[in-house]
Design a protein around this ligand. Structure first.
Ligand SMILES: NC(=O)c1ccc[n+]([C@@H]2O[C@H](COP(=O)([O-])OP(=O)(O)OC[C@H]3O[C@@H](n4cnc5c(N)ncnc54)[C@H](O)[C@@H]3O)[C@@H](O)[C@H]2O)c1
Length: 270
């Protein structure tokens, strides 16, 4: 039920803190994997690692906001790996310039360019990738698209205004596309999302860890205090849900957003 042997997965942002774990998890379940990210060196290293483990793998440097580049990547993937069964939209993240930092930048000062970049990186990139790779799924009548949302989507987190808005829009788009694909193309094309809780990565380290002492920031302490399981997540914590959503085990599941958060979204704090 959970076996992905013979399936081809595409992971955008596949060299990131969570993205690389997604790539390894899908390959471990049997899938061949195409990895899309910006920088060529980590891409080549990860693709070589998968090939060493006996999978077919392809690393392609592509900006997920460039639809023409995504289309060219899709042609390359289909030419080399034959099809596209699974799309994981993991490219995303926040930017310091789009973040309220009380000592440096209030809400009133946030530059429009930074706000729209974060909106685009988290929402538009997933829409563009779903257009490009979803077309192949529509033609073959099957597929699984998995968007990567966030806790910020359900109740906005302080400071990260554009990121929270973008992830809320991504949840809405997940439901929209689930309905569209099932009704207009095939009930065997499913669209879901995973909403990770708090995982340390390059995009949020500056908010959670003091650079000099390595101690938790006040925000980091608040997160741990509001996570009933009492810790940050490890990327591997997401893999079970990812494989479930990607595989036939979730064949009647579409349009859902699954929190993987150690209980954060269930806890009012009281
Ligand atoms: N780390 C967390 O705690 C956390 C929590 C909730 C949600 N998320 C979400 O999970 C996803 C992955 O996060 P992560 O921690 O692995 O991030 P990361 O910053 O470690 O990696 C981001 C990846 O996206 C790629 N990328 C960024 N901009 C790109 C672009 N324009 N074109 C192509 N690739 C681009 C990078 O090359 C990298 O591979 C993101 O959507 C993030 O918002 C992360």
């Amino acid at each position: 039920m959970f076996d992905l042997t013979g399936r081809v997965a595409v992971v955008t942002g596949g060299t990131g803190a969570l993205g690389a774990a997604f790539v390894r998890g899908l390959a471990g379940a049997g899938a061949d994997v195409a990895i899309l990210a910006r920088r060529p060196e980590p891409l080549a290293a990860l693709a070589a690692e998968l090939q060493g483990a006996g999978r077919r793998a392809l690393g392609i440097a592509a900006d997920v906001l460039d639809k023409a580049r995504l289309s060219a990547a899709a042609e390359q993937i289909v030419a080399y790996l034959g099809r596209v069964d699974i799309l994981v939209n993991a490219a995303g993240g926040n930017q310091p310039e789009a973040t309220v930092m009380p000592s440096e930048r209030t809400f009133f000062d946030l530059p429009a360019e930074a706000l729209s970049h974060v909106l685009n990186l988290n929402w538009l990139s997933s829409v563009l990738a779903a257009q490009v790779f979803g077309r192949y799924m529509a033609a073959q009548g099957s597929g699984s698209i998995i968007n990567i949302s966030s806790m910020a989507a359900f109740t906005p987190l302080t400071r990260v205004i554009a990121y929270a808005s973008a992830k809320a829009a991504l949840n809405n788009f997940t439901q929209w596309l689930a309905v569209y694909m099932a009704r207009e193309h095939s009930p065997h094309i499913r669209v879901n999302a995973i909403a990770p809780g708090f995982f340390l990565g390059d995009q949020n380290r500056f908010l959670l860890i003091e650079p000099e002492s390595g101690a938790l920031t006040e925000r980091g302490q608040q997160i741990i205090a509001h996570t009933p399981m009492g810790r940050f997540g490890a990327p591997e914590d997401l893999i079970g849900a990812l494989i479930w959503l990607a595989s036939d085990a979730a064949r009647f599941v579409t349009g859902v957003v699954v929190p993987i958060d150690g209980g954060f979204s269930a806890y009012s704090g009281v």
